[in-house]
Design a protein around this ligand. Structure first.
Ligand SMILES: [Zn+2]
Length: 419
C-alpha cells in the first residue's frame, strides 16, 4: 500500500498553494456510496473541471478497494492530492485551523469497496502522519470539530466507531509489532525502533521501514535536521513518562486493623492485573486503585510471594496497557525513571541512574532516583521504556541520601513464572 501522488494542478481555486505547518489530521467520510467512488475517482474529480473553481480540496483519499468496469477487483489505495505543507479547503471553517493548519483525509464509502479495510488504512495513514509531523494522538480530529458537521458520518454514527478508529491509530503509531513489519533480521530492529521513538524516522505508511533501501541526500538532510533540532534526553524522558503514566496507579489499602496505607502498582496485563509490593497488601480489608485521571476502582487480592516483597491484585472489567518487563537487569550507570505516587501524589516521575545493578545476590537494583513513601510497588523504567524493577525500600537517616532499592526483574519473573 503505497501512496499514489496525483496532485491537483497549480493555479486553480481548489489548490490555494498557501504554506502551512500542519497541526492536525482531520478525518472525513466521503459520503458517496456509489460503486466506483474510490480514491482514484476522487483524484479525478479534484483534477477535473467541476472542482477547478470550487473551494473544494483535501490532502488524501483512502479506499478499501473497488471493482473495475471489467469487474476485476482493484486493491485498496491511497491517493495524495496535495503536498503536506499546503492548505486546502476541506474543513468549512474558512481561515480557521481546520483549513489552514490541518491535513484532510477522506475515507471512501463506495459500496463495492471493503469499508473495514478503508478504515484500517486510514488509521495507518493517520499514524504515519502523526510520526511524520511529530504530532500527538489528540491531533487526529473529526471534521465535526471545525464546524459541527456530522462528519465523518460513518465513524460518528456507529456506536464506538470513532473510539475504535483512534485506538487503531494509536496501535499503528506505537504498536511496535505493527509498525515496521519488515524488521525481521538479527541486529538492527531495536536500534531502528529507538530511532522511530525519538522521531528521527517515520517509516512508510504501509508499515515498513525498508531497511535495505538507499537513503537519498534529501532524506539524509531531513533526518540530520530532525536530530539537531531536538534535545534527545529531554524528549526521551518526556515521551517515556507520557507513554507509561497510564500504566502506573495509586493503591490504597484499608486494613483489617482499621489502619490504612498508600502505595503504587503497575498493570502487567491488558485485563487489569496489577503488580505491587507484598507489604502494600498486608492485612488488607479493602483495596482501592486510583487510575490516571482520578477514576477509582475496587481491586481484589490475587496472591503474593513467599520470598520476595511482591504481590498481585486485580481490577476487573477494564482494559489496560501493561508495562513491558525488562528481559535482564540494567547496566551499571543506566539512566532510570520512577513512576508512582509518593506521598499519594499520583502520576509523579523522578529520574536517576542505576547506582548498582545487583545488590543482595540479584534480589535488588540500587538506584539514586528519589523514592519516597508511596512509591512502594510502583515501577522504574530504563530509557527504552522497559520496567527494570519495583521500588521497594529506601535507606533513611540523617546522613543518608538517595539510596533506594528496586525488587529486580529476576525476582519479578521468578514470582510471575511460579504462578
Ligand atoms: Zn467532512
Amino acid at each position: 500500500m503505497d501512496i499514489i501522488k496525483d496532485y491537483i494542478p497549480r493555479g486553480r481555486k481548489n489548490r490555494p498553494g498557501s504554506f502551512m505547518v500542519p497541526k492536525y489530521v482531520t478525518i472525513h467520510d466521503a459520503a458517496n456510496t456509489k460503486a466506483g467512488a474510490d480514491a482514484e475517482a476522487h483524484a479525478q474529480y479534484l483534477k477535473g473541471d467541476v472542482a477547478a473553481n470550487k473551494p473544494a480540496s483535501w490532502h488524501f483519499t483512502v479506499d478499501g478497494g473497488s471493482r473495475a468496469k471489467d469487474s476485476t477487483i482493484k486493491p485498496p489505495q491511497i491517493y495524495q492530492h496535495l503536498p503536506l505543507n499546503e492548505t486546502s479547503w476541506h474543513a468549512g471553517d474558512w481561515n480557521g485551523d481546520g483549513n489552514m493548519a490541518s491535513i484532510g483525509v477522506e475515507i471512501c464509502e463506495n459500496m463495492d469497496g471493503d469499508r473495514a479495510k478503508a478504515e484500517a488504512n486510514a488509521a495507518r495513514l493517520a499514524a504515519w502522519l502523526l510520526q511524520e509531523l511529530e504530532l500527538d494522538i489528540n491531533r487526529v480530529v473529526q471534521h465535526y470539530k471545525w464546524t459541527g458537521k456530522d462528519c465523518p458520518r460513518v465513524l460518528r454514527n456507529r456506536p464506538g466507531g470513532w473510539g475504535e478508529f483512534i485506538e487503531a491509530v494509536q496501535k499503528y503509531k506505537n504498536g511496535g509489532e505493527c509498525m515496521f513489519k519488515d524488521l525481521n533480521e538479527a541486529w538492527y530492529p531495536s536500534i531502528i525502533k529507538q530511532a522511530a521513538e525519538l522521531g528521527l524516522v517515520a517509516g512508510y505508511p504501509d508499515g515498513t521501514i525498508r531497511p535495505k533501501e538507499p537513503v537519498t541526500t534529501e532524506r539524509l538532510i531531513y533526518i540530520l535536521m530532525r536530530y539537531r533540532n531536538r534535545d534527545i534526553h529531554h524528549d526521551t524522558i518526556a515521551d517515556l513518562v507520557n507513554g507509561w503514566k497510564r500504566s502506573v496507579i495509586l493503591i490504597r489499602n484499608d486494613k483489617l486493623d482499621g489502619g490504612s496505607s498508600l502505595g503504587s502498582g503497575s498493570f502487567i496485563s491488558e485485563d487489569g492485573l496489577i503488580l505491587t509490593n507484598r507489604h502494600m497488601t498486608e492485612n488488607h480489608k479493602k483495596l482501592t486503585v486510583t487510575w490516571f485521571g482520578g477514576v477509582q476502582y475496587n481491586a481484589k487480592f490475587v496472591g503474593d510471594s513467599s520470598d520476595a516483597d511482591l504481590a498481585l491484585i486485580k481490577v476487573d472489567g477494564i482494559k489496560t496497557k501493561p508495562v513491558r518487563i525488562a528481559s535482564s537487569v540494567p547496566r551499571h550507570g543506566d539512566f532510570c525513571v520512577v513512576l508512582g505516587a509518593p506521598l499519594a501524589l499520583k502520576d509523579s516521575a523522578t529520574f536517576g541512574i542505576v547506582s548498582y545493578p545487583d545488590r543482595d545476590s540479584g534480589h535488588y537494583v540500587q538506584v539514586d532516583a528519589a523514592i519516597n513513601q508511596g512509591n512502594s510497588g510502583g515501577a522504574c523504567f530504563d530509557l527504552q521504556g522497559n520496567m527494570i524493577g519495583v521500588p521497594t525500600l529506601k535507606f533513611v537517616g540523617p546522613t543518608v541520601d538517595n539510596v533506594a532499592y528496586l525488587t529486580s526483574v529476576i525476582e519479578i519473573r521468578k514470582f510471575l513464572n511460579a504462578r
